[in-house]
Ligand binder design. Structure first.
Ligand code: ATP
Length: 199
């Protein structure tokens, strides 16, 4: 799956709109310590729905918004768009190009978009499930991740292989179906109570 470009604005150390374009093959990001290299991979995780502030190396979600510098005012919101080449339809979305956008305001409001149409976080999660790129995907290997994998419990390690094998989606759907079934059963019990009261 080819990442075509990443647009960042107001996210961490990127107050101005910054567009990175990626070609085929390997792209290396080089720069001095603290120049914002890891903030780029944080932007990729974040736009794909990452909710863990710890994974994003912050204390609260607001920390992703540019906090200001000596010569720059803080920004009111952060926005990241990731554009992916989908000509091979690896993502179950009938368009050659998929652009995912996430915007977050200091007020706590956030928005997700798919090709400029508002969607829910759930839609983003479902779309990227089993592609390896999603929130719990294995495509982004951060510092310490390999050590985590080696040291993790075998059940946790299995999840990585399940994602790679394309099983996660079915596990998720099974869980959703079970949840709905439970809800329906609860409604049925309530309905029976009401009926018995009426009789
Ligand atoms: P290293 O090579 O040391 O790992 P790096 O190039 O990966 O560094 P990052 O960790 O991506 O650097 O960036 C750190 C910089 O981002 C710090 O200077 C920090 O002040 C800045 N930064 C992080 N969050 C914000 C924010 N919300 N607003 C402004 N600047 C921020």
């Amino acid at each position: 799956m080819l990442l075509k470009s990443l647009e960042i604005q107001g996210f961490k150390s990127f107050p101005d709109k910054t567009k990175l374009t990626f070609g085929a093959g390997i792209t290396a990001v080089v720069g001095p310590n603290g120049s914002g290299k890891s903030n780029i991979s944080d932007a990729v995780r974040w736009v794909l729905g990452e909710q863990s502030t710890r994974t994003l190396r912050g204390a609260k979600m607001e920390d992703v918004v540019f906090a200001g510098a000596a010569t720059r005012k803080a920004q009111g919101f952060a926005e990241v768009s990731l554009t992916i080449d989908n000509s091979d339809r690896r993502i179950d979305f009938d368009k050659d190009t998929v652009t995912v956008t996430r915007r977050y305001y200091r007020s706590g409001d956030s928005e997700y978009m798919l090709n400029k149409t508002n969607v829910r976080l759930k839609d983003i999660n479902e779309l990227f499930m089993d592609t390896g790129l999603g929130r719990d995907g294995y495509s982004i290997i951060g510092q310490g991740k390999i050590a985590d994998i080696v040291a993790s419990r075998s059940e946790d390690r299995r999840e990585i292989f399940e994602e790679a094998a394309g099983i996660s989606k079915y596990r998720y759907r099974k869980h959703e179906a079970e949840r709905r079934l439970e809800k329906a059963e609860e409604n049925l019990v309530r309905l029976r109570d009401i009926l018995s009261e009426l009789e």
